[in-house]
Ligand binder design. Structure first.
Ligand SMILES: NC(=O)c1ccc[n+]([C@@H]2O[C@H](COP(=O)([O-])OP(=O)(O)OC[C@H]3O[C@@H](n4cnc5c(N)ncnc54)[C@H](O)[C@@H]3O)[C@@H](O)[C@H]2O)c1
Length: 290
């Protein structure tokens, strides 16, 4: 993206220092890693989370380093709460330059409530975050960036259907939006982490009250339990979330379309591409009937 292709009067954001970022799911894990890395780079950061106690603790820690941070409680799967959090951000800091749609949950099986919870936090909140914040970023003309946390599961699907569907959605939205917002000086990146050492395996701690009793507990034996235990082990020995935060900072500064954390799943993604290519090969040389 060069300055030449920008719409008139538009600038690209070159560095984070002095800019304002809004980060969802910022009280723990990857979101806290991103908020920390951004604050260390001199950005003002509004941390948003559903978990008030964790949010206060995170703010207290960050303020020890003289970071310019503040917090706002919101269940991002409720559009009105996300809109109120955006208002709180502009009230506190004026302009917003960076949106990080990061809040996410692991999900909990195949029921309507599980689908609604998972799609609500992982996908609808990302859709609404973009809808609410892109205008706020666009209106000052100083450029900005939108990062959304998908997952490697946004590029290769497994058996956690609601989660994988939500993450494919985040990748699709980011890819389309990147093309459309580039001329306005707004970069778009999608973060696709592998296994990161966070609290993701205890997502139910933040299950909104309206879903209580409707999202079944994870099985304790059988193939699904085995898969969950394997993932739990990989997450507990996973990559440091602050390392991920620093990668995101670099990805924003260099306007990377995809931000990966490691190479573990590259062969599986290549295998998916090969399977897609095979699909084309199956019909190569035919003349579709019209
Ligand atoms: N940890 C991994 O291995 C991994 C891998 C790939 C993708 N991800 C993604 O990273 C993102 C961050 O998750 P994490 O691993 O840091 O987990 P985490 O549980 O440590 O952090 C998630 C944060 O989101 C908050 N949150 C949950 N529901 C919310 C809601 N309705 N409204 C506002 N905030 C809410 C939680 O309170 C928590 O602070 C998620 O989108 C997750 O899907 C994680």
């Amino acid at each position: 993206m060069t300055a030449k292709t920008l719409a008139r009067g538009r600038r690209r954001m070159k560095e984070l220092a002095g800019k304002t970022a809004f980060v969802t799911g910022a009280a723990s894990g990857i979101g806290l890693g991103i908020a920390t890395a951004f604050a260390q780079a001199g950005a003002k950061v509004m941390l948003c989370d559903i978990d008030e106690a964790a949010l206060s603790a995170a703010l207290e820690q960050l303020r020890l380093t003289n970071a310019d941070v503040d917090g706002v409680k919101a269940d991002v799967s409720l559009k009105a709460e996300l809109a109120a959090a955006a208002q709180a951000t502009t009230d506190r800091y004026g302009k917003v330059h960076i949106l990080v749609n990061n809040a996410g949950v692991g999900g909990g099986g195949w029921t309507d409530a599980s689908w609604n919870w998972t799609l609500g936090v992982n996908l609808m909140a990302t859709i609404w975050g973009i809808e609410i914040f892109w205008r706020l970023i666009d209106q000052h003309g100083e450029g900005g960036h939108i990062v959304s946390t998908a997952s490697i599961a946004g590029l290769i699907a497994g058996s956690n259907y609601p989660y994988d569907v939500s993450k494919y959605g985040v990748v699709a939205l980011s890819e389309g939006l990147r093309r459309d917002l580039a001329p306005r000086g707004i970069g778009v990146s999608v973060l696709c982490p592998g296994f990161i050492r966070t609290q993701i395996m205890t997502s139910r701690r933040n299950l909104p009250q309206r879903f209580e009793g409707a999202v079944p507990a994870a099985p304790t034996s059988g193939p699904i339990a085995e898969r969950i235990n394997m993932v739990r082990e990989r997450v507990s020995g996973g990559i440091d979330p602050l390392y991920v935060g620093e990668l995101v900072r670099e990805g924003v500064e260099k306007d990377w379309p995809y931000i990966f954390t490691d190479l573990e799943f590259e062969p599986m993604i290549e295998a998916r591409f090969a399977a897609i290519k095979q699909g084309f090969d199956n019909i190569r040389g035919r003349n579709p009937k019209r």
